[in-house]
Design a protein around this ligand. Structure first.
Ligand code: SAH
Length: 338
């Protein structure tokens, strides 16, 4: 059976052979613009609806869904056709919603403090598997509008560039979520940032920095040994200049690891020439990492020092911690077991 969101327009035209020519567009818009499943496309003849439903299956089976106590955060555990599992997180704000999607089952980057990294890599997701996460979120968010997509779930998006970029193009062109409302978050894969710079769609870029000296970053973000800070800064500069987009730097504050005044100074030195915005978040605890997040007073002092150094910094509120849906806590099966 073909997968509903893997099918391109040509495949669909073949499936709809013998139907009036407007059908391709009708079904395509139904799938992407209106986020309908074939069985819900009541503007199609019922026999066709039935046939499409039989011939085109979904890729994501809902293994588990949890909502935070305040109802504002929903986390799914999805099972893929080959048994791999991924998570996505939907966050509601006052008038809109935002979804955090996975780009890989697991992750090979091995960041010390990240639950996904601790569990290791399973496989890349396909473009259809990424797009399907977004469409599930659009359906769930109703009547709110899903305005933003962030690639901050499981996996390293720039290590799965082809599929991620196909998904971005489909979200932008067919689903109608403009590239400006799509953010790729990367651990700092320099060749991926270089490729991104050559693409025409100006997606947002977030770099998970967490340390602004190579000795510390080598330890907590091991990919830094391959792409050290100097190379990363050069690639970021070219992206910012080429896309006109603002760069964000992510910094999880880890108690007595990267939360000192000297760390803030080094971060400011990295951020200033890039005119980057800094997002601070106290580290969320994960099973495989001993250090806790920085205490609130240290978080505020760190943010205040950055602002004194003329760096734009926002302290992020952790969402979904009670359902293990917070940053760095997505771990597939291990967080699915009660
Ligand atoms: N691989 C990509 C995207 C996935 S991680 C990346 O590295 O950016 C999404 C964000 O959560 C990253 O900034 C990551 O560093 C951060 N993160 C990972 N573990 C965390 C934790 N335990 N607490 C807070 N943030 C964490």
């Amino acid at each position: 059976m073909a997968r509903l969101y893997e099918v391109d327009r040509h495949d669909l035209a073949r499936l709809l052979h013998g139907q009036p020519s407007y059908r391709v567009r009708q079904v395509w818009d139904g799938l992407y613009r209106r986020a309908l499943r074939p069985s819900e496309m009541t503007d199609l003849p019922s026999s066709l609806r039935l046939r499409l439903g039989e011939e085109l299956g979904l890729s994501l089976a809902e293994e588990r869904r949890r909502s935070s106590a305040d109802g504002q955060t929903v986390k799914w555990l999805w099972r893929l056709p080959d048994g791999a599992v991924v998570e996505s997180v939907l966050m509601h704000y006052r008038r809109r919603s935002s979804v955090c999607v996975s780009s890989q089952a697991g992750c090979a980057m091995r960041c010390a403090f990240c639950a996904t990294g601790q569990a290791g890599f399973t496989r890349h997701l396909s473009a259809g598997e990424i797009v399907e996460q977004v469409l599930a979120a659009i359906r769930e968010a109703r009547p709110r509008r899903l305005s933003n997509v962030v690639f901050m779930g499981m996996g390293e998006p720039l290590a799965n560039f082809e599929a991620v970029w196909r998904a971005v193009r489909r979200l932008h062109a067919d689903v109608g979520i403009s590239a400006r409302h799509i953010t790729l978050s990367t651990v700092g894969i320099v060749p991926g940032i270089v490729r991104l710079t050559a693409e025409p769609l100006p997606v947002g870029l977030a770099v998970s920095l967490h340390a602004a000296n190579d000795a510390l970053r080598d330890r907590i973000v091991p990919v830094n040994r391959r792409y050290p800070l100097g190379l990363l800064a050069d690639a970021c500069r070219r992206y910012v200049d080429g896309s006109g987009r603002r760069l964000s730097l992510e910094w999880a504050l880890i108690d007595q690891v990267n939360d000192s005044p000297e760390d803030a100074r080094q971060l400011a030195q990295f951020a200033t020439p890039l005119r980057a915005h800094v997002n601070l978040i106290p580290l969320n605890p994960t099973p495989g990492y001993g250090a806790p997040g920085s205490p609130p007073a240290v978080v505020s002092a760190f943010a205040a020092q950055l602002r004194r150094l003329a760096v734009n910094a926002t302290v992020r509120v952790t969402r979904g911690a009670d359902i293990d849906a917070a940053c760095g806590q997505l771990a597939g099966m291990s967080s699915a077991t009660p």
